[in-house]
Every structure is written in structure tokens, then in C-alpha cells.
Design a binder for this molecule. Sequence first.
Ligand SMILES: Nc1ncnc2c1ncn2[C@@H]1O[C@H](COP(=O)(O)OS(=O)(=O)O)[C@@H](OP(=O)(O)O)[C@H]1O
Length: 305
Amino acid sequence: MTDLQSNMESFDPSTIRILKLVTLEGVPLFDDTVEQWETIWNFKAKPDDLLICTYPKAGTTWMQEIVDMIRHGGDTEKCARAPIYERIPYIELCELKPFPSGIEQAEALPSPRTLKSHLPVHLLPPSFFEQNCKIIYVARNPKDLAVSYFHFIRMDKTMVQPENWDEFVETFIAGTVAYGSWFDHVKDWWKAKDHHQVLYLFYEDMKEDLAREIKKVAQFMDVELPEPVLNRIVKHTKFESMKVNPAVNYTTVPDCLMDQTISPFMRKGIVGDWKEHFTVAQSERLDEICTQLLKESGLTFRTEL
Ligand SMILES: Nc1ncnc2c1ncn2[C@@H]1O[C@H](COP(=O)(O)OS(=O)(=O)O)[C@@H](OP(=O)(O)O)[C@H]1O
């Protein structure tokens, strides 16, 4: 068992508090992140760091496991060495003392490191760009993402609970949720790919043809993937496999922090679940706003396959 896991096991539930959102340069972030902002902003990325960046609930964990499998030649045992949040630190996370912050975890890792962030482009520590680090961005259509975010918040005991789905949709569209406007996030990272080493991928494409998207990731990482290794990675990172894998499904996090009886972290893993949640009016409104806000960017999203 790793130190972090034994810390998890002895975690004192009475230390949990609900995180407030504090706006930093137009983006609501968790208060602990903002308190530690100077340390986060001054994080020293190394040239061989690989960053996985997403708006929350876009398929981060999925990409984390794919990258770790590629780095380890498809060796599933090596990828079970620790939970995903320990193998790939979430750099701006610094809630929950006495756990180490994302930065402390990153600093303790040997290179080459893989790191996770949900930060928008303008808040990413500048060293990632100065060091010309490779960045993989995963985007997901806003309807399925909003549904996933809603259910995640319901089970995450450190987040302010929305009244109900209708209220959540409004806050999501208004960008008053953690990490701010989804529209700005996906658009700004889309623009960033023209100036930096950013591989921009879509959750829906991964669902459509996982092998094809894994090959793109491996090529970006300059790793040759022999067919049997690719097949192993595909099998290991399918939703059905990840759902029952304790190294990625967050079941190692105590229930008092993430109550997966309310909603599992690996919930449905599909494209189109939004149809079970959005009213026709909500769906049409979001479509309209999307068309308006994304039209100049050329970015389009698929909401069904
Ligand atoms: N392998 C695989 N295939 C398909 N879908 C997958 C997979 N792994 C994770 N997921 C789904 O991704 C959603 C969680 O998103 P994130 O990992 O980005 O969450 S987080 O921001 O890191 O908390 C969450 O989506 P929903 O099921 O729609 O809630 C997960 O189920």
C-alpha cells in the first residue's frame, strides 16, 4: 500500500469541509486552489512532462489510464501500482490536508511525469508553455458533460450541492461552476493548439473508435505501439474494464469524500445520456448558445454517435 492510500484509509471525516468557489481572473476555482495560487502559478514544469488537460468530466481519467498504459507498454500490472490520482497528480488540487497537494505529489515523481489539470489556458502555469511541454486536451459535448458533472457533484462531499438538475443546467450555462465557462475552456484550448504542442481530442471520437484515438496519442508521445500492445490497451481502457478497476474507479477514496452509492464515478460512460436529463427547452437553448458562442471557432461537438 502506498503512503497516500494509507493516509486515505485513516482519513478523519470530521475534517471535510465544503469548498467555496472563488473567482480568479474570471474563473471560479476552489478556495484552496486560490489560496495556494502563487505556488501553483510558479510550478516548474519540465520539458518531458506530459500534461492531460480537460474541463471536468470530459474523459480525464480515461485519457490518464491510456497514457499510463502507453508509457508502460500495455503492462496492466504496472498500471495497478497505485490509484490514478497518485500516478498522475492533479496539479492545482490542494484541498484535504493532510494529503499532499498536487504540486507536492508532482515534485515527488520521477521524470518523465504525466500530470493532470482542469485549468483554462490563461491560468495554466506558464512553465508548461515555456518548456514546450506536450499537452493532451480532451473535449466532450456539453450536454453529456453537464449530466456527468451534475452526478459527480451529487456524490462529491466537498462540493456545494445544486438544488436540482434545472438549477445546475443554469449554473453550467452561466459558467458559475468550478472551472468556469465550458465554452471559453474548449475554445481557448482549441486556439492554443495552433501555438503550442497540443493534441486536441474528443470523447465522442474515443467512444467511436478507441484504437484509432489511442494510436493518435501514442504517435503524439513518439511511442511505437505494436498491434498486441494496442489491443491490450484498448481492452484495458474500455468503460466496462475501467468501471471495475479499483486503480481508476476512485473506489479507493473513502465514502465520506465520494459517496459512490449516490452515483458511481464510472457512471455510464456513453454518448447521449443527456437525453434522459435535458428537457426539450433546455436542449434547444444550449444548442442555440453553442452555435452562437462556438461559431467563430469552427469547433463542433457530436451529441450522438
Ligand atoms: N473508459 C471509459 N469510457 C467511457 N467513458 C469513461 C471511461 N472512463 C471514464 N469515463 C467517463 O468519464 C466521466 C468522468 O470524467 P473525468 O474522468 O473527466 O472526471 S474528472 O473530471 O477527472 O473528475 C464519467 O462520465 P459519465 O459516465 O457520463 O458520468 C465516466 O464514466
